[in-house]
Design a protein around this ligand. Structure first.
Ligand code: GDP
Ligand code: MG
Length: 162
């Protein structure tokens, strides 16, 4: 059995884009509309020293009222099946209350968490990291999934945890 890494985070932060880069596939649906990924997608990342399974947990719904509930359900499913959790956040949005809600749930699992701060293209990495250090996580990595920047570093950070 390969170790499992789950991508978790609010809709539209770039989980599916990151999934595509890690698995080099077009399996995950990427679109400008938040929440179009309705289900979980599984792929294998073979770019590092050891392969691992990647799960894109999806955003499920575009209906705002139901979003919190559905995201919470996805978070629980991801926690159940993952060995390591990649908490994906959006550098352009900054820290939002829903990020903390998700992070609290992830923390309760006791599983290793790596924060991936996506959409850092055109932004200052140090400033971004300073803002997101408020999470108090040991591992925070700046990323631009759309430009495949930082993904090698992310894989390197994940491997020792698998
Ligand atoms: P998901 O809902 O978390 O799966 O997010 P998606 O992967 O569907 O991406 C949502 C939107 O963010 C899409 O329009 C992507 O093109 C865009 N996006 C994803 N990654 C990046 C990035 O690194 N930089 C920028 N500027 N946009 C990105
Ligand atoms: Mg998606």
């Amino acid at each position: 059995m390969l170790p499992v890494v789950a991508l978790v985070g609010r809709p539209n932060v770039g989980k599916s884009t990151l999934f595509n880069v890690l698995t080099r596939s077009r399996d995950a649906l990427v679109a400008d509309m938040p929440g179009v990924t309705r289900d979980r997608h599984y792929g294998i990342c073979r770019s590092g020293a050891r392969p691992f399974v990647v799960v894109d947990t999806g955003g499920l719904s575009g209906i705002d009222e139901a979003m919190d509930v559905l995201t919470a359900k996805q978070v629980r499913l991801a926690i159940q099946e993952a060995d390591v959790l990649v908490f994906v956040v959006d550098a352009r949005d900054g820290l939002l209350p829903q990020d903390y809600t998700i992070l609290n749930e992830l923390r309760r699992s006791g599983k290793p968490i790596v924060a991936a701060v996506n959409k850092t293209d055109g932004l200052d990495d140090q400033a971004v990291l300073a803002e997101f250090s408020a999470f108090g996580l040991g591992a925070i990595l700046p990323l631009s999934a759309a430009h495949s920047r930082g993904t090698g570093e992310l894989i390197s950070a994940l491997l020792p945890l698998l």
